[in-house]
Ligand binder design. Structure first.
Ligand SMILES: [Zn+2]
Length: 148
């Protein structure tokens, strides 16, 4: 049986005789990535699997009711980071609502350029009668969390 190249670490490996279609080497980090990717794809494609995972998390939380309280007590930096991120989400939602509830007349009184921020502002730019140059600025997608 010939060697294959691992799709994650790019190292050559010998596939298991029990898994002839094996595409990922047996390294712990590569196997972890393989399982994570499988789970991520499966959870978006399979509603039943998604429900089972949600139920599993629910049961775990019910049997460990103080876990998150203790985690927050032991990780003040994480608490602060979450607080800042929530503030940012709240501000974005506030800006989106402000843009949606804004009339074109109000925009006319502003400068020649109107800056609309956020993905929800794209349709607003098309339906706006303000005689101005309008820039819709999309936020970059969130970077995936770095592996711990
Ligand atoms: Zn590998």
């Amino acid at each position: 049986m010939g060697e294959r190249r691992c799709r994650y670490c790019q190292q050559d490996f010998q596939p298991s005789k029990f898994q002839p279609r094996q595409a990922v080497c047996g390294g712990a980090e590569c196997q972890r990535k393989r399982r994570t990717n499988y789970h991520r794809e499966k959870i978006t494609a399979d509603p039943e699997y998604r429900e089972v995972c949600r139920d599993s998390r629910r049961k775990w939380r019910a049997s460990h009711p103080d876990y998150w309280k203790e985690y927050r007590g032991n990780h003040p930096a994480a608490v602060e980071r979450n607080r800042q991120r929530q503030k940012l989400r709240d501000r974005k939602r506030w800006l989106r609502n402000l843009a949606n509830n804004n009339s074109a007349l109000d925009l006319k009184h502003s400068a020649a350029q109107v800056w609309l921020v956020g993905p929800g502002a794209a349709h607003l730019a098309n339906n706006n009668s303000a005689p101005a140059q309008i820039w819709v600025i999309e936020a970059l997608p969130a970077r995936p969390a770095s592996p711990a």
